[in-house]
Design a protein around this ligand. Structure first.
Ligand code: HEC
Length: 139
């Protein structure tokens, strides 16, 4: 969250992103475990819960929407998903640190008043896997 210090994960992800500059983002969906993760991610994406009855899709399945000045990417579209994946990790001026896409998603969980997303959990990997697969599927 805001004010959290960076960890070795940000450093590792930044190094990996730099090393794979220009590579196509195309997570495999061949192994049953990968398909299982995708299915769980899809379920999380459309699952409505919490005091606002929000799902990820509430904020992320339409184009041209925004909350105040922040535009909301349509993560069900190839372009939205690809832009999201391709733009992390990112240096956040407000944080004074490089942050990961998982870090951004954790704030999404907070905004929809869900329990705190545990970094490195299956939930986080599944949600990310759905967006990655969206990049591949509609490419
Ligand atoms: C209350 C609205 C809201 C909900 C619900 C929400 N998000 Fe977000 N999400 C945002 C906002 C705001 C941003 C930041 C957009 C920006 O930086 O321009 C964002 C950004 C993201 C990004 C980064 C996109 C990019 O282009 O950098 C991802 C990935 C993401 N959300 C995934 C999710 C997932 C997965 C869920 C469900 C667990 C979810 N969001 C639920 C509001 C929401």
């Amino acid at each position: 969250m805001r004010g959290d210090l960076g960890t070795e994960i940000e450093a590792l992800v930044t190094w990996l992103a730099a090393e794979s500059e220009g590579a196509t983002i195309a997570p495999e969906q061949t192994h049953p475990a990968e398909r299982e993760m995708y299915a769980l991610g899809e379920e999380i994406f459309f699952y409505r819960a919490g005091p606002h009855d929000f799902s990820c899709a509430t904020c992320h399945e339409q184009s041209e929407m925004r909350i105040r000045l922040q535009s909301l990417p349509d993560l069900t579209s190839h372009t939205g998903a690809a832009d999201a994946w391709g733009s992390w990790p990112a240096y956040r001026i407000s944080q004074g640190l490089v942050r990961t896409m998982g870090w951004r998603m954790r704030d999404c969980f907070r905004q929809q008043r869900w329990p705190e997303l545990q970094m490195g959990s299956d939930d986080q990997h599944c949600a990310a896997n759905v967006h990655g697969s969206e990049c591949r599927r509609r490419a």
